[in-house]
Design a protein around this ligand. Sequence first.
Ligand code: NAP
Length: 275
Amino acid sequence: MLMNGKKGVILGIANKKSIAYGIAKACREQGAEVAITFLNERFEKKLAPIAEELECSDKLYPCDVSQPEEIVVLRESLKEDMGEIDFIVHSIAFAPKEGLSGRFSDVSKEAFNVSMDISVYSLIEIARELKPIMSNKASILTLSYYGGVKYIPNYNLMGVAKATLEMTVKYLAEDLGKDGIRVNAISAGPIKTLAAAGIGDFSFMLKWNSAHSPLKENVTINQVGNSGMYLLSDLSSGVTGEIHYVDAGYNIMGMPAVEFDDNGKPHIAWNGETK
Ligand code: NAP
């Protein structure tokens, strides 16, 4: 199995719809040992059955990434329970509601700072604080979205955070490369999760993506999970600083495909029904 003997920590499982859950499952299926984290006690109970399923009930730790001391405590717990680790999954993002709809120029400094802190700076802090317990062939993975590269309606503040996150991946990759640590991101297509529910008109985004991607579908957490597992495994040992798209190919499209009716009138394919 591809992940036999590998140990890692996965941050960002909220429930079984989370992308991080898809990655955790794929890693477990390939023989990895995982630890998972929860935000606060309210979520501990919710995660208990998932931890049981992933066979890590004894490795379920609190970690609110906005609290630096919790990251340090996490490292010490991981050190005690797992020794060295081989991978980290950072599948965390947050923006206040005001940053995910409406006029972009109205966003407050508080909203801007909190989204950058939780969605971006946490990756740097986790990489730095967990470095002492990482093996010299370790891999870090984070999650991005196309809204960090091009304008996407309502993605607003999170788009700016993802742009910063993608450059953070590249600078971290260079910096940690000398320690044998790889850093990559998956830019996933839209998936209906708890975090996604906060984005204005998200269901429209899903329809648009499936209609206009080459594969004419939306990706699943299993697909993102398998690609994530590849980036965490030795199969990708020559890959770092990469933003890997798992989006049914949507990002390659410069213009939606045009179809013509029997009278030669062009129209844009919408939700598959017109095909
Ligand atoms: P999700 O299931 O809601 O996961 C988001 C996770 O972030 C939750 O577990 C949440 O914890 C955690 N989180 C928020 N603030 C935190 C904090 N201060 N400390 C620790 N954890 C915190 O949604 P998801 O869609 O899987 O999101 C995972 C990642 O994928 C995010 O970076 C997201 O931007 C990215 N992504 C999502 C999509 C999509 O369409 N869904 C597409 C591309 C990229 P709680 O739930 O406990 O608050």
